[in-house]
Design a protein around this ligand. Structure first.
Ligand SMILES: *Cc1c(COP(=O)(O)O)cnc(C)c1O
Length: 362
């Protein structure tokens, strides 16, 4: 925590706003809008997953539809597609950013359209905080007139050619889960330049209650609003977001400098005009065995590291979904490792980590 969170939480208690609405929710939403130069409207929700679910609902995704989704991601990007009875169609990654491959995306759109089905939406992800190829993906989305949902759950604070991640799609998704760069313990937000998306999202997130003295409903709603207590944490966390990005970048720079001369270890690097929030520092090793050797050596010293996300097209639960693959995400999954990346890692802790890796680079 940054320090101010407790004050805002205390405010919620002192004013008895213990509810999924209240001043902290409003102010947290304002702080998010502010962060984006007031170019977006933010609706705070109970999770990033809920935000993706509502984004799909707002775009009219229905039973039987297909939604194009980045395969190399956390399952929460894809799960909400199935909540609606729609089918995910998984798209593999490119090597530069590890995110959705524009060529494969276009191939998938053409292929699905030939078989008589135009995809209802695209979900692209800035994995590990590294912005996806936004110009290329947006051009394709526009060309085929398919809305683009930007899963920015891992990329709050990242910047693509001067534009902050969260504002690069038709609808942006943020997560404040406990593992993200800032947190409300659990929470998320839907952000969009279109004010009607915010008002419709809040309506759906509060059981879609119509304007009436009694309880009346014309739509199926959800209980997805953020708690005013947790929004207090969010208000305090927004004040330290840039510090958190600095800390994460410091981790990355430390690891990168240490392994500069190790040909067996490479990093996910920013290209010109791109700024990652460096949510997690990830490395690529030479092989699956080399990766496992490092991971197990760290584990034996009680240091947690973790393989990269297992692609959705390789997950048992999605085995029957259509997929457009090129081997990239599977290779990254086999050889990649997330290193300890907390915002509060001290230099001696980082030194301990690299010391163990150094001894186990094969
Ligand atoms: C964390 C995460 C989500 C889901 O957010 P929650 O707030 O945990 O529901 C979605 N997509 C990606 C890429 C994530 O990392």
């Amino acid at each position: 925590m940054g320090g101010k969170e407790q004050n805002f939480v205390n405010e919620a208690f002192a004013t008895n706003w213990i509810a999924p609405l209240g001043p902290n929710v409003t102010e947290f939403e304002n702080a998010i809008s502010n962060f984006y130069g007031n170019k977006v409207h933010a609706a705070c929700l109970s999770s990033g997953t809920a935000a993706i679910h509502l984004a799909l609902v707002l775009l009219g995704v229905q039973q039987g539809d297909e939604v194009l989704c980045q395969s190399f991601t956390f399952s929460a990007s894809a799960n909400p597609i199935t909540y609606l009875g729609a089918t995910p169609v998984f798209i593999d990654s490119e090597r530069e950013t590890w995110n959705m491959c524009p060529e494969l995306l276009e191939e998938a759109i053409n292929s699905r359209m030939k078989s008589g089905k135009k995809p209802a939406a695209i979900i692209a992800v800035h994995l590990y905080g590294m912005p996806y190829k936004a110009d290329e993906l947006q051009d394709i989305a526009k060309k085929y007139d398919i809305p683009l949902i930007e899963d920015s759950a891992e990329a709050l604070g990242s910047v693509y050619k001067g534009r902050k991640c969260g504002t690069l799609g038709d609808l942006g998704i943020l997560s404040f889960n406990g593992n993200k760069i800032i947190t409300t313990s659990g929470g998320g937000a839907l952000v969009s330049a279109h004010p009607e998306f915010k008002s419709r999202a809040i309506h759906l997130a509060t059981q879609a209650r119509d304007e009436a003295p009694h309880y009346q409903h014309s739509l199926i709603g959800y209980n997805y609003r953020m708690s005013n207590v947790l929004a207090g944490i969010g208000r305090g966390q927004m004040m330290v977001l840039s510090d958190r990005v600095d800390s994460r970048k410091k981790n990355f720079e430390f690891y990168k400098a240490f392994f500069a001369d190790f040909s067996e270890i490479s990093f996910l690097e920013e290209s010109e005009g791109i700024k990652s929030n460096h949510w997690l520092t990830t490395i690529l090793t030479g092989s699956f065995d080399a990766r496992e050797k490092i991971r197990l050596a760290l584990a034996s010293e009680n240091i947690e590291s973790r393989p990269l996300w297992k692609p959705m097209h390789l997950q048992p639960v999605f085995a029957s979904c259509p997929m457009f693959t090129n081997g990239v995400s599977e290779d990254l999954f086999n050889r990649g490792l997330c290193l300890p990346s907390g915002s509060d890692l001290a230099e001696n802790q980082l030194e301990r980590v690299v010391g163990i890796i150094e001894k186990n680079v094969s």
